[in-house]
Design a protein around this ligand. Sequence first.
Ligand code: ZN
Ligand code: ZN
Length: 283
Amino acid sequence: MLIGAHVSASGGLYNAVSNGEEIGAQCIQIFVGSPRTWKTPTLGEKVLSRYREALANSEVVQDAVVHASYLINLGSSDPDLFERSKDLLISTVDVACAIEAYGVVLHLGSHKGHGLDAVEAQLADVFEEVGERLPRSSRTKLLLENTAGAGGTIGGSLEEVERILQLGAKRARVGLCIDTQHIFAYGYDLRNPEDRGRTIDKLSRFLDAVDCVHLNDSKSKCGGLHDRHENLGEGEIGEDALAAFLGASIFANSLVFLEVPGDGSGPRSSDVEAAKRLLTASG
Ligand SMILES: [Zn+2]
Ligand SMILES: [Zn+2]
């Protein structure tokens, strides 16, 4: 299990490595473009190799994932928006492959209440294209993130997550990213052993291992559906529940990323320390 955080890559992708080192992150999650614009910058070979070199030389940071833009909506019924979303995802996948990232973490978007059946065909289409795009020689995979559920976002329930993973696995290299805040906000209570055990059983039924974890406490109540992250131990879930949940064997080899607010500018070294303490307690 590597423990790290989402870090800024502004000013150059390679800065993300030193930003990770500064807070003691063993793995980093980055945006390769602004998460709120449609543009993925085409990164020149110079930038890419400088990044690869920084990562190879780092004694702290050992692995990385890319988080795709929040604008992507693969469940959109607007053909234009759907095509733009697919293009942006594919250009993000290309960058992730070029920097040999472990994966691309993706929010699928929203079906706006129409249900998964309504968008299954277009998701299959995207997985197909991404699958063709991922070089066999690369290890990069698509990491589908579970959602908190507000606004008809796809992948809130574990039943939906299972169906999407099955849909994807036939067409591309896919894996799962479990966000602890999202799963709790959707309604999976991690605080008592019975509910926690049921959730772990559900996951274990369709999955041997969870590739990636977003380790966050929650400002939202259980079942509140809001995507509102909180610092570890300062939210509704609490450190003990998080430690007990992530002690399950399906998380033994996960890459763990903090996406907590810190003091307003993201995860600090004290947050990474807290995560390491918490996960040592869980193991
Ligand atoms: Zn995310
Ligand atoms: Zn997340």
